[in-house]
Ligand binder design. Structure first.
Ligand code: UGA
Length: 438
């Protein structure tokens, strides 16, 4: 199929490359010239495992091109909207500027039979509103909503082999069936592998996406709330999560207590969902998401307070090593990263913070130039009075006391992701503190 993908960020760049990898002819479009130049040269503009490989092979096949000009979408018949919906400044709502701009830019190039396919996470009601715009511009074009569930770090796999597909289609049966047929062709490979498919209306498709993220955020905040109780009772939240996770109705995944969730999705999505519920007169239905948010943000403060306490009551002039800045491992994304937030807060208290991350330093430096960034963990921990493990990259998970001894000034470590073995550190004479774990 001939496909355009408007928006080439973490979602769109992977989607464009993956669609080409699946055999489609793809044009990726973005307003950021630097991003387009990098992608056109076969270079991933951000760190995502597997993306460079599919960019290279898709570009070599001649099936993948990039442009800054939306008119490049004129030959495509399926147009994916993959731009961001960040939190609107001064509000908890989603900022729809980019989605509207992307659709408006496409309208002059739509032809009879074209399908605009929304992938961005949007407030419920958006698809119906945009469908009107599409049909007004070209009565024989249509719109579908096809939410994306990819996780950063696994984005290529999640796009090529998703765990489910959701199509929100037009209420008009004929138009809905036509949209489904087009999407079935786009996703023929995944469907041939028995990927579950839910075909539904626009509102349900929009709500599926944001409900999934709200549920995941709630699951993480639930276990972090239990971690708070474990902290004051001497219980072990990791063993507790293992035990409740054996119940298939609960499941063990997304029950890792720590410094909480961040990133470009979960934090802003729970706020946008709450804001939309209020607009709909149902604020009380999602009021619990405010508590989910509050529990999550409390984790960052908890770590800052813990570090100050471990440093004897004040952080001023104390040398603090921070291992990990990305919001999670296998990503260079620092949007709303709890790790970076903690580093910045400690710096604000006068601590001398040396921070490192395998891939997120340049993004972190651009946003917070005041921190001292170093290339690796050995350099970061040199003369540190306390070490904080805040993003669980594999190389930090594997740390043992002998790796740091002889470098650090103080044998104190905070395991913000509960990934180290406490006995190993305690036996080596370290003051080891974790999250809801003795
Ligand atoms: C999330 C969803 O998981 C995807 O399904 C969705 O498509 C995506 O948002 C999106 O809306 O685009 P992502 O933001 O890549 O994906 O990251 P997650 O793997 O969900 O992790 C989010 C945060 O939760 C990270 O900071 C992670 O460290 C934290 N987390 C995760 C925990 O603190 N504990 C856990 O047990 C799991």
């Amino acid at each position: 199929m001939k496909i355009s993908v408007v928006g080439c960020g973490y979602l769109g760049a992977v989607h464009a490359a993956a669609m080409a990898e699946l055999g489609h002819d793809v044009i990726g479009i973005d307003v950021d010239q630097a991003k387009i130049d990098a992608l056109a040269a076969g270079k991933a503009p951000f760190f995502e495992p597997g993306l460079p490989e599919i960019l290279t092979s898709a570009s070599a096949s001649g099936r993948l091109a990039f442009s800054i000009d939306t008119s490049a979408a004129k030959d495509a018949t399926v147009h994916f909207i993959a731009v961001g919906t960040p939190q609107k400044p001064g509000s908890h709502s989603a900022d729809m500027t980019y989605v509207d701009a992307a659709v408006d830019a496409l309208l002059p190039f739509l032809k009879p039979g074209d399908l605009v396919v929304g992938k961005s996470t949007v407030p419920v009601g958006t698809a119906a509103r945009l469908a009107e715009k599409v049909r007004t511009a070209e009565p024989k074009a249509d719109l579908a909503w096809n939410p994306e569930f990819l996780r950063e770090g696994f984005a290529v796999k999640d796009t090529i082999s998703p765990d489910r597909l959701v199509y929100g289609v037009s209420p008009d049966p004929e138009a809905g069936a036509a949209a489904k047929a087009v999407l079935d062709e786009v996703y023929a490979k995944a469907l041939s592998e028995d990927t579950p498919l839910v075909v539904t209306d626009y509102a349900t498709a929009e709500l599926v996406k944001i409900s999934a993220n709200a549920f995941l955020a709630t699951k993480i905040s639930f276990i972090n709330a239990i971690a708070e109780i474990a902290d004051v009772t001497g219980a072990n939240v990791t063993e507790l999560a293992d035990a409740i996770g054996y119940d298939a109705r609960i499941g063990r995944r997304f029950l890792n207590a720590g410094i909480g969730f961040g990133g470009g999705c979960l934090p802003k999505d729970i706020r946008a969902f709450g804001a939309r519920a209020e607009e709909l007169g149902r604020g009380e239905s999602l009021a619990f998401l405010k508590e989910v948010d509050a529990i999550n943000l409390r984790r960052r403060q908890y770590v800052v307070d813990l570090v100050v306490d471990m440093l004897g009551g004040q952080a001023f002039e104390k040398k603090v090593a921070v291992l990990g800045l990305a919001f999670k491992p296998d990503s260079d994304d620092i949007r709303d990263s709890p790790a970076l937030d903690i580093a910045v807060q400690l710096n604000g208290l006068g601590a001398v913070v040396s921070a490192t991350d395998p891939h997120a330093i340049s993004n972190a430096r651009a946003k917070h130039p005041q921190l001292h960034y170093v290339e690796d963990a050995r350099e970061a921990v040199k003369d540190a009075e306390i070490v904080l493990l805040l993003t669980e990259w594999n190389e930090y998970r594997e740390l043992v006391p002998a790796d740091l001894e002889g470098l650090v000034a103080g044998k104190k470590i905070v395991d913000g992701r509960n990934v180290l073995t406490s006995a190993t550190w305690a036996d080596a004479g370290w003051e080891y503190r974790a999250m809801g774990r003795p």
